[in-house]
Design a protein. Sequence first.
Length: 371
Amino acid sequence: MKDNTKFVGLDVSKEKIAVAIADQGREKPRYYGMIPNTPEEIRKLVKKLGDQENLRVCYEAGPTGYPLFRLFLSMGIHCDVIAPTLIPQKPGDRVKTDKRDAIRLAQLYRAGELTSVYVPTKEDEALRDLVRAREDAKEDELRVKHRITKLLLRYDIRPPQKVGRNWSSRYREWIYTLKFDYSSLRVAFQEYLQALQEVEQRLKRLEEEIQVQADEGVHAPMIQALQCLRGVAVISATSLVAEIGSFKRFRTPKQLMAYLGLVPSESSSGEIRRQGKITKAGNTHARRLLIESSWSYRYQPAVRDRLKRRQDGQPGFIQAISWKAQQRLHKKYFRLLSRGKSSNTAITAVARELAGFIWAIAQEVEELPAN
């Protein structure tokens, strides 16, 4: 029986979709044309292309998100969302149009040269947007604080020594007592303070919702289990779960480490093997969270205060993994320092192994029966 599989490449923008089709075999892909980016027009396209079982559709991940993927899925059509940075490029190719991109996608898709990304569920995507909104709010808070401190620096206004660190409670008490000679400067300063209060209130609202999701959401068991690890509190645990989504897609801890870009780069030839800095591939947000959490393992292993409260009620085997992580990662950090490695290099190595312990806990949680 003749194989009638059609590989469809879509170059998707907000209003239009460029469509190209590559039939099974070696014939050149053909350009179908441009269609409006609406569900009705996409359904019309599918009817014209023939049997849905023989269609294989792909498009690049981008700002339009995943509704198109879910539409094809609801129609029973296989669809892949392609990682844009992993699409092979011809050297010297400087011409880029929607038509050429669609044809190139169809051609490479037929050849099996494209790498698809993991498409989160709607619940995962909503949780990810929540934690990223909180991350954006933290960046806004930092910017406002910098503007205030730089304004004070320009006018040589310095806090007394008893105030201590910037933005401590005493520092805030001092900053609200400041007075200025000019009304224009006073208004500018007050607006900066008001902007800081607004962003802090926004942060509070977002963190309250994150706490709700950690306690009652779909991923609550996983989030609470990951909090058994030192340095992984509610924000970090929720963010990691939101960014990674399903841990089942990683068969080994090394695959998770590679996804997070924490494995060394390599340039080897013949008998010579050279390893360099980490690849920094994959999810930037999750990698940064792991690096931040890894600094906690500089300290002697202990289960006290907040960590003890987070572990209360969790299964003993998860607590055992957490304790093993503390002992192993603490030793690894100081062993690398004793070999002359910088603290940043040592922490990166610790973060890589911490990803392995996170994977181990995730495997245990996913095998637990649902409540």
